[in-house]
Design a protein around this ligand. Sequence first.
Ligand code: PLP
Length: 329
Amino acid sequence: MVQGSTKSIAAFPAHQAPGREMVRAGQSLLDRIGNTPLLRFDRLTAPLPGVTLLGKAEWYNPGGSVKDRAAANIVAEGRRNGKFTPGKILLDATSGNTGIAYAMLGAAEGFPVTLCMPTNVSVERKKILQAYGANILYTDPGEGSDGAIRMARELAAKHPDLYFYADQYSNDANWQAHYHGTANEIWQQTEGRITHFVAMLGTSGTFMGTTRRLKELNPAIRCISLQPDSSFHGIEGAKHMASAIVPKIYDPTLADENLEIATEDAYEMARRMGRDCGLLLGISAAAGVFAGLKVAEQFQLRKEQQAVIVTILCDSGDKYLSERFWTEG
Ligand SMILES: Cc1ncc(COP(=O)(O)O)c(C=O)c1O
């Protein structure tokens, strides 16, 4: 029935319609980036008295991941410093989420986006990118994100006037998004009580920026970086630094500790979070929760007083639902 729509049109008869002055209501897409909720996992920490485990739910960003923050800041900084002039195509290598963020921003702000990525990124990601109208150039899955980086570098070098090479792996605007945003949000949301910060390394922007600012706010906060335990892993978005092209923005001396995570442990935690906590997490987010619990257990052994452990839940499980592991455990 069309009754509903007829009614809603009739709700603004011409003589009562708003005036012609500019309507200021509503928010832009950019306004919705950041200020994500911090979720508590009390059921997981019930056997660990004194421990609070919190996860920053980054899928609340409009593009569905933590990478909206970096992408938006890279675009804004490119505009500010004159490298991203009107007419240029934004080009980058991305394993998925940054690409989605660029593509979303490009569609919203009216600039073209070309992305280099391995063919084996999830079907869901490819479909989202197509829906936003991005141009995708596929690289050899055997070369992982490094193959995509090499292609983007070659294209950028060959056509400097055509492309704005965003280069998330070397661009300081990446980690600065977290220095100015994520870290301060965590500090405010925990009322300065955070004791441990745990995050997966990809470009390393999230860990670098958040850790730098948190250490300024309280140098005693222990910051623990996470990596997959081998070069052949299933934690999308994560980098095994020992075998990968190391991002220029990565400083290994910043972490107090680095934990290696097995893909199977991340899968197991993703299943557990779905079934026991009602939360569908992405794989790196599940790895963050797994590592947060590991840190919590170490803390118990040391018999300290209170721990407030914060991890980053980079994205939700939606984009991984075609993977088999959900039903394998
Ligand atoms: C799902 C996921 N987890 C973790 C990361 C790593 O974040 P960062 O690049 O800030 O290190 C990414 C980056 O793309 C990601 O997409």
